[in-house]
Design a protein around this ligand. Structure first.
Ligand code: KIV
Ligand code: ZN
Length: 531
């Protein structure tokens, strides 16, 4: 067991009392708890790198006790990320805290985030523990966490439904035991802004030592109030906000990072704080997370939705042409929406290709760039003009399918509107052996999915199948998104191609590969998540 020598920037900031709101991103932990959003190690690392570029203060990389895969992801992110603090979540048990401590051990700035439910309903029905027992567990766990790292966050789960006097008691005990950040979650998204703000104000006044720690908000969106509640918490004194890219998360999701950051930036007179976020990276980061998790962003989503800056009504367009601020409160370029889409084609060289990727914030190392460039040339043979969306799709697909268990080699489909369809598919397995098989089905897609199930020996139920064109025109690339259910878990996959059947096979295979990867990540023995 080691104690970290270098204090995290967050701990250092406490003393400096800077007018800054810390952005704690939990896309990789709470966000990844969205049904069907599970990510592999490679994808988590990509997102963590992108979050660091975005400028978040803390990356909650996972919940190490839950599975060897989660442990490995937190440890890998902790080893690589140097500027942001990397946090691992733990319940108030010795095993959890030690596992989180081991996972963040190599971080330049590591944090252990311990939580214990405090509300009456959780105490009585979930934990079956009395108040003094909750305090004892909190104190022991925070102290144990402090023996690993100097930066310890404590969350009284379901804080917003906890009796205020008991909440103040637990929080005081956590501070006394060494917690440096106190996060008070609205776990079930029940709070209203005024009462959530009042909770923070109460704690600031009634908790001894409150001025020594950073208070933090963590809001769920069950009533659509997560962002409003997070801002109310800031008005009440919170100086850290926990959020996720695109607002992904359990049930209705968490507070959306991009919305909180842009609200603070746009309403400086009301929120005179800075965040460390480079807002021009919001759209690229949103697209990456959407692509890797398979969770699409709704068109009218604030800040990063496709329509967020689109003006359709004539009266609005007229106003915008005369003076942008008539109908626009933010500039699209401030959030990284690139409006001039440079077109590449088959005569574009490697240099122009690389430069455009860099402008789009798509960073690849040299070997990966070589592969991407090859794939770009293949795409140019199928499509005259390549748009930014095509480049994003190309790189994202490469990230998603790097080191896949099965790859699509060949596909032949025979279909007619009179009877059954037949698909013959050749897949390459991880040892580069080709496996060919054929199957029939009600239609070409059904036949293709049936043969993929036969070859991979994974049978999953198809829940949804969506196709869309990612750019305009007859040559456009299609994007197919499938959602499968396997052993009660939802899994998504996405595929791109100028040929819809090929895109469908790739999407299905991406989901099957995900199922195979998840099967390897078995839950650690004895780590049932019912605390
Ligand atoms: O919503 C919640 O209460 C949480 C805690 C673990 C912080 O995610
Ligand atoms: Zn949460």
């Amino acid at each position: 067991m080691t104690t970290q020598a270098n204090p995290s920037p967050v701990t250092a900031d406490i003393a400096a009392n800077r007018p800054r709101i810390r952005i704690f991103d939990t896309t990789l932990r709470d966000g990844e708890q969205s049904p069907g959003a599970s990510l592999n190690l490679h994808e988590k690392l990509e997102i963590a790198r992108s979050l660091e570029q975005l400028g978040v203060d803390v990356i909650e990389a996972g919940f190490p006790i839950t599975s060897p895969g989660d442990f490995e992801a937190v440890a890998a992110i902790a080893s690589e990320i140097t500027r942001a603090t990397v946090a691992g979540l733990a319940r108030c048990t010795e095993k959890d805290v030690r596992r989180a401590g081991e996972a963040v051990q190599r971080a330049a700035h590591g944090r252990i985030h311990v939580f214990c439910a405090t509300s009456k309903i959780h105490r009585e029905f979930k934990l079956k523990k009395a108040k003094d027992e909750i305090i004892r567990l909190t104190v022991e766990s925070v102290k144990l966490a402090r023996s690993y790292v100097q930066d310890v966050e404590f969350s009284p789960e379901d804080a917003s439904r906890t009796e205020l006097d008991f909440l103040a008691e637990v929080v005081s005990a956590a501070i006394e035991a060494g917690a440096t950040t106190i996060n008070c979650p609205d776990t079930v998204g029940y709070a209203l802004p005024a009462e959530y703000q009042a909770m923070f104000e109460y704690l600031m006044q009634h908790v001894p030592g409150a001025s020594r720690v950073i208070f933090s908000a963590h809001c769920h969106n069950d009533l659509g109030l997560a962002v409003a509640n997070s801002l109310a918490a800031v008005a009440g004194g919170a100086r850290q906000v926990e959020c996720t890219i695109n607002g992904i998360g359990e049930r209705a999701g968490n507070a959306a990072l991009e919305e909180i950051v842009m609200a603070i930036r746009t309403r400086q007179a009301d929120f005179p704080y800075e965040t460390g976020i480079n807002t021009r990276k919001l759209v690229p980061c949103s697209r990456m997370v959407s692509s890797l998790t398979g969770l699409q962003v709704q068109r009218n989503k604030a800040i990063v939705g496709e329509n967020a800056f689109a003006h359709e009504a004539g009266i609005h367009q007229d106003g915008i042409l005369k003076e942008r601020s008539t109908y626009e409160i933010m500039s699209p370029s401030d959030v990284g929406l690139i409006q001039n889409r440079l077109v590449l084609g088959k005569h574009s060289g490697r240099h122009a290709f690389r430069q455009r990727l860099e402008e789009l914030d798509l960073k690849l190392d040299e070997p990966a760039l070589d592969v991407a460039f090859e794939r770009f040339k293949v795409l140019c043979d199928k499509k005259k003009e390549i748009y930014d969306e095509d480049l994003e799709a190309l790189v994202e697909e490469q990230l998603e399918t790097s080191a896949p268990l099965f790859r699509l080699k060949n596909l032949q489909v025979m279909a007619s509107n009179q009877g059954v369809a037949t698909a013959t598919v050749t897949l390459m397995d991880s040892s580069d052996a080709a496996i060919t098989d054929a199957a029939t089905g009600d239609g070409p897609i059904d036949a293709m999915f049936a043969v993929i199930q036969r070859i991979t020996r994974i049978s999953a139920r198809l829940e949804s199948y969506q196709v869309r064109s990612i750019t305009g025109g007859r040559e456009a690339q299609g994007e197919v998104m499938v959602e499968l259910t396997h052993n009660g878990r939802k899994v998504r996959g996405r595929g791109f191609s100028t040929d819809i059947l090929e895109a469908s096979a790739k999407a299905y295979l991406a989901a099957i590969n995900r199922i195979r990867t998840m099967a390897k990540r078995t839950i650690t023995q004895g780590s049932s998540l019912e605390q």
